[in-house]
Design a protein around this ligand. Structure first.
Ligand code: T1G
Length: 697
């Protein structure tokens, strides 16, 4: 078994290389081998200086996240960082690709630091519900100052090598890219340091950092506002505060104490779950041996908001686009929208001016379907009408080259019917983008009955190229995300009819962690969207019909875009204020249905809402619309504002207890059937299993 850390000499320079693919995570074996190599360097009389670098695509990806929740094994990472720092001979960190979390903390234990261009340098631990636990909260403030360290640690955002050099986090930006260049640059730097007679320069020798300019109270207030309900950020701030009040050894002990408090929190469990499923979701059961088709050019039909957004996403990924619209002026309007989208990307630093110009040079807007003849994937994004889409696909069938993938962006229509409008149903698939399509990362890949597995594989490969997190879904009304949304929105309607106010529901769910409550979301999307859906679906047995929402539509109160919906939006209250007339509409409907309203607590609102969400998720699994619970979690986390630190609705159910969810549903059931638990929930509860046990199926 090869060692995960190697030691070799380049003259008097010891080169310690971490080689633990895929990301040089500092798991137990790697930590033990790294410690052995540092000890060997200290004892090696030939070696006068050491360089630590990484093999493969990056320096060090941090602690091994899969070890969290298990008993920690020594040597512990903080000890290794201190061992390096206390080394009697200088140690250089030569960084490429990424130095994240414990990876950057190892570098901070070194005496000199170099990074190659394009390297990500960060302390992202709070995004996992923890804090830098190997000295980062103590050493970073000493090196870059308290304010810069607080920003880096509480945001979790990486910095560039150039910014790191400016702040003093690193000493120099090297040249080249990749592990070989990192080694060469590190050795050259070490040789320079030897020539200068450089001595070890431990961070522990730096003075204790000062308190932040704004003071701790302001920092804490800001963190609680920016990260509502989350605990890691304020806890990390407390660790940095210890750095300003204690000597390094005591500060390290306080950091360890604060770190250990976070390790056992539900938020750490939820965030780690989210981290892993966002990667696992792409490994779709049954797709392993499928071969994606080659994609060099994209066609888009329809230049409205979605079509232009999809075209923008393809251009951002360097793919040429041919966009077809019905009329020249519509095609021109689509081009203008795309240009505006790309200008926004340049403004956000996602694209250079030159790349934007080059991308636009590969955009063709036309009214001639024949111009789609060379496209490898054609994505339809026209009006949500089955007849219109079937007509479009008939035309595509006539012009698309053999083997071209024909995709529809429909958000709920039957893709099997659309596929049957062509002579090549095996090449037809759904690519459900979320608006704005060039920004939202979620992509539902909707597999129809006849879709070939290599077409599905092509869709996932395209999604990855577009920077999306793709989730496989089956064909039904609303696929995964919108089908669930429809059901838990009806749970909210049930509660409104029986006494809860829409504003109380929003408050309870925002307190639970949703960025926006369902009524605010509806006002933002436009109440006409919900109205159209209800008209399409009609009244369903056992499901409360929100007549008050239809009344608002009839009053042309469509939400933000008309200044009034569930809330009133005006200069006095730009974020919306409650509307007594909405409560009157609801009271009228309760009276019409003979319902006597009762009080609801915030807890009951959340528990009913979540029980309904989980219940529909279980039915989606029973119907095979989602293959695994993790697919459902990813959809809700990436596309519907579900609080990330709870890991997703199915993770929430596991952490709550499946039997508890079942018992709640049974207690709620009022004879309408709306609340009765899905068979899968009964089965899992009876077998003592949970949804996680289905994620490996
Ligand atoms: N531990 C374990 N596995 C990891 C990992 C990690 N830190 N990072 C990535 N992986 C796995 C990942 O699940 C995937 O597995 C594969 O590696 C490739 O990942 C003490 C306590 C490094 C920028 O937060 O940001 O240090 O799906 O697809 O796009 O204070 O991975 O192939 O089976 O993302 O090239 C802090 C997390 C940990 C970094 C590379 N470190 N990782 O991106 O590859 S906490 C992080 C990343 C800590 C200390 C604390 C990215 C990457 P699979 P990938 P990539």
């Amino acid at each position: 078994m090869s060692t995960p850390v190697t030691y070799d000499l380049d003259d008097e320079i010891a080169v310690i290389t971490v080689d633990n693919p895929p990301v040089n995570a500092l798991g137990h074996a790697t930590r033990a081998a790294l410690k052995d190599c540092v000890d060997r360097f200290a004892a090696d009389e030939t070696a006068r200086i050491a360089v630590i670098c990484g093999a493969g695509r990056l320096f060090l990806g941090g602690a091994d996240v899969s070890e969290f929740g298990k008993p920690p094994q020594d040597p512990w990472l903080p000890e290794i960082c201190t061992l390096i720092e206390d080394c009697p001979k200088p140690v250089v960190a030569s960084i490429h690709g990424a130095a994240l979390g414990g990876g950057l903390e190892v570098a901070l234990g070194c005496h000199y630091r170099l990074a190659l261009p394009g390297t990500k340098l960060g302390l992202p631990e709070v995004s996992l519900g923890i804090l830098p636990g190997a000295g980062g909260t103590q050493r970073a403030p000493r090196v870059v100052g308290t304010d810069a360290a607080l920003e880096m640690i509480t945001s979790g955002k990486p910095v560039t090598p150039e910014a790191a050099r400016e702040s003093g986090l690193i000493d120099r930006v090297g040249e080249g890219k990749g592990s070989e260049a990192a080694r060469a640059e590190g050795v050259a730097y070490a040789r320079e340091l030897l020539a200068e007679g450089a001595a070890p320069r431990p961070v522990s020798g730096l003075p204790r950092p000062a308190a932040p300019a704004d003071g701790w109270d302001i920092w804490e207030q800001n963190l609680r506002r920016k990260f509502p309900g989350q605990v890691a950020q304020v806890q990390a701030m407390k660790a940095v505060k210890a750095a300003t009040e204690m000597d390094l050894p005591d500060g390290l002990a306080e950091e360890r104490r604060l770190f250990n408090e976070l390790i056992d929190t539900p938020q750490r469990e939820g965030l780690i779950h989210a981290f892993f499923i966002e990667r696992k979701v792409a490994r779709v059961p049954g797709l392993k041996d499928a071969t994606p088709r080659d994609v060099q050019a994209i066609g888009v039909v329809g230049g409205g908001t979605m079509g232009s957004g999809i075209a923008t996403a393809a251009l951002l990924a360097g793919l040429p686009v041919t966009l077809v619209e019905m009329k020249p002026e519509a095609a021109d309007k689509a081009r203008a929208t795309i240009e505006s989208n790309l200008a926004g990307a340049v403004k956000r630093g996602k694209m250079s001016d030159a790349k934007r110009d080059a991308a636009l040079a590969t955009l063709t807007t036309t009214t001639d379907y024949g111009d789609l003849k060379d496209a490898d994937v054609i994505i339809e994004a026209v009006f949500e009408s089955l007849d219109v889409k079937k007509e479009v696909f008939t035309q595509l069938d006539a012009v698309a080259k053999p083997g071209a993938v024909l995709a529809t962006n429909t958000s709920y229509l039957d893709i099997n019917e659309i596929a049957q409008a062509t002579s090549r149903p095996a090449d037809v698939i759904g690519l459900h983008f979320f608006s704005p399509a060039h920004v939202m990362k979620l992509l539902e890949v909707v597999v129809a009955d006849a879709t070939d597995t290599d077409v599905t594989a092509t869709a996932f490969a395209l999604g990855k190229r577009l920077g999306k997190v793709s989730v496989r879904a089956g064909v039904c009304d609303g696929f995964i995300g919108n089908r669930m949304l429809s059901h838990y929105r009806s749970a909210a309607d049930w509660m409104i009819l029986h006494g809860a106010s829409p504003y109380q529901i929003d408050r309870a769910l925002e307190q639970f962690g949703f960025a926006m409550g369902p009524m605010k979301v509806a006002d933002l999307a436009g109440l006409d969207i919900g109205y159209m859906t209800r008209q399409r679906k009609g009244k369903q047995p056992g499901v409360v019909y929100p007549q008050w929402a239809d009344d608002l539509y009839g009053m042309e109160r469509l939400g933000r875009k008309t200044g009034r919906g569930f809330y009133i939006y005006d200069d006095e209250s730009p974020k919306g204020r409650e509307d007594p007339e909405v409560l009157d509409l609801i009271a009228k409907e309760r009276a019409a249905q003979g319902v006597t309203p009762r009080d609801f607590t915030g807890d009951e609102i959340v528990e009913r809402y979540m029980a309904a969400m989980v219940n529909e998720g279980a039915r989606i699994l029973e119907d095979g619309i989602a293959l695994r619970p993790l697919d459902i979690d990813v959809v809700k986390l990436m596309g519907y504002g579900f609080p990330r630190y709870r890991g997703g609705p199915m993770k929430y159910a596991d952490m709550t207890g499946i039997a508890t969810i079942r018992d709640r549903l049974n207690a709620y059931e009022d004879g309408s059937g709306f609340w009765s638990p899905a068979a899968l929930i009964d089965t899992l509860a009876a077998e003592g299993r949970n949804f996680e046990s289905m994620n490996n199926d």
